[in-house]
Design a protein around this ligand. Structure first.
Ligand code: F6P
Length: 477
């Protein structure tokens, strides 16, 4: 069996759970990468190789004929799930990808305490290599001669070079859905590890990023850490007798598909319920995974400061915050979720009255309800410490007629949406509180003018075009 277009990512388009009666239930995979790619390859026969993450996934992977999992009724491309040993997966995904590479590229370390690169880390690093090698081996087995292979994200930074060593005929792309750190921060990593990550990605013919800023930071790292030759005008990196083209592909949203989903009956009924709950009060919305980089705690603290400074808004505004659980195998994430819940409770205790809830926090994943909230929002708050793109900032304006966007200047989306947003420094709580106030007061005509431009920018690069552009860049190699 051989495919001419292949995708590799940690998380796949579907996930499985084992029900109480022992049967398998299937759900769509979660997250920005998965939803963008699912949309992009719908109806094609590209083979998607991903890791088995849950127990249900492992079970499905083991009983899959020829490695292809049964897609049930889902309209998705063929999928092969890799049953990587759980201990290897845990070290690669939790310890290296999410606790090291994610931290580096989002500048999340509190450097007085972490990182600590010791023998435990070395064991984890070896597991990360093994995990990347499992992907490279599966891709090498499945790819037709001269096939195009699209490797995704920081989980799979070593795969491009490993794959090239096995199959030099293939055309390989790597895409980073995260920001990229500047060299002085990236070089927190042990020298050999930093070099292995960079040379791993440079094993690709084409290395893609969401914004010019992240692409430049990557090129800077290649130059400073590897001593590679960088041509910034042509966006190329030459290293070890090979040239990698660097691409900037700012992923956007398929506006029509999103509108269709957001007007489905389940969303309409959530809207009716939310309207009852909010009444004629103004609504500030945020929608995030409960992720350290999303800066939810500072966002809530800013809302609290706003209430403190502006008593005239008491009883007239509600903050609806969706903060879905994420990566709860890691203690830092569990603690962060608990801190977010504590902060929301404190705001509630301080300001709530018999007929006013100043804040409603949702920690359960409910996509339909969050779509309903977008549609009703007066203000959308997106204040990450750092973010590759942040598709929430692009989805909100497509669904709302009148929402004002308060946006972190450190989100990749700020490059395209910054002019029509209220930009904030994500660390500046008082500045964010002031921006919330200004956003609430933004005149209707100004909102409508901005929304039109935000929509245009958000839909400029729908997932299918984003993907095809990268395929075309590979075809030209
Ligand atoms: O931001 C990069 C990204 O891959 C997103 O596309 C995705 O939402 C998230 O990280 C993946 O997180 P998880 O650890 O839940 O797979």
């Amino acid at each position: 069996m051989s495919s001419s277009v292949l995708i590799a990512s940690n998380r796949g388009p579907v996930s499985f759970a084992i029900a109480e009666d022992g049967s398998l239930t299937m759900a769509r995979g979660a997250g920005g990468l998965v939803s963008g790619l699912t949309e992009a390859v719908k109806g094609t026969d590209a083979l998607w190789i991903c890791a088995a993450i849950s127990e249900g996934d492992r079970y499905a992977a083991r009983k899959a004929p020829n490695g292809r999992i049964d897609k049930g009724g889902y309209d998705i491309t063929p999928v092969r799930m890799l049953d990587i040993p759980p201990a290897t997966f845990d070290r690669a995904y939790n310890s290296v990808a999410n606790s090291t590479l994610w931290y580096v590229n989002h500048l999340l370390y509190n450097t007085s305490l972490a990182p600590q690169f010791d023998t435990t880390f070395r064991r984890e690093w070896q597991a990360y290599r093994d995990y990347n090698d499992a992907f490279a081996t599966a891709l090498a087995e499945e790819a037709a001669p001269w096939a195009r292979v699209m490797v995704q994200d920081y989980h799979l930074a070593l795969t491009p070079l490993m794959l090239r060593e096995q199959r030099p005929d293939l055309r390989i792309a790597h895409f980073s859905h995260t920001p990229w750190a500047p060299p002085e921060y990236f070089s927190l990593l042990p020298d050999d590890v930093a070099a292995e990550v960079l040379t791993g990605i440079l094993g690709a013919d084409h290395a893609g990023f969401l914004t010019g800023r992240w692409a430049s930071a990557f090129m800077d790292c290649c130059e400073v850490i590897l001593g590679a030759t960088v041509d910034r005008e042509r966006r190329t990196v030459r290293y070890d007798k090979r040239t990698t083209q660097i691409g900037v592909h700012p992923l956007g949203v398929d506006g029509e598909a999103l509108l269709a989903r957001a007007t489905a009956p389940d969303v309409e009924s959530h809207m009716a319920a939310l309207k009852d709950l909010i009444g004629d009060r103004k609504l500030i919305v945020r929608v995030d995974r409960t992720e350290l980089s999303k800066n939810i705690l500072r966002g809530l603290t800013a809302y609290r400061e706003f209430l403190e400074k502006h008593p005239e808004w008491h009883g007239r505004v509600v903050h609806l915050a969706f903060a879905y659980p994420s990566r709860h195998d890691l203690p830092e994430y569990r603690e962060y979720t608990a801190a977010v819940q504590r902060c929301a409770k404190e705001i509630e205790d301080e300001y709530a009255t018999d007929d006013w809830d100043p804040i409603i926090l949702h920690v359960r994943d409910d996509y339909a309800r969050s779509l309903a909230a977008y549609r009703l929002a007066d203000v959308l708050l997106v204040n990450p410490i750092r973010d590759g793109m942040n598709l929430v900032a692009k989805e909100g304006p497509i669904l709302s007629e009148r929402c004002a966007l308060v946006l972190s200047r450190e989100a990749g989306a700020a490059a395209e949406l910054g002019q029509d947003s209220l930009l904030v420094n994500p660390f500046d709580i008082s500045g964010t509180a002031a921006a919330l106030h200004e956003a609430l007061l933004l005149p209707e005509t100004e909102r409508i003018r901005r929304i039109a431009r935000l929509r245009k920018a958000s839909t400029a690069m729908p997932p299918r075009r984003w993907f095809e552009e990268q395929l075309a860049a590979l075809a030209a190699r």
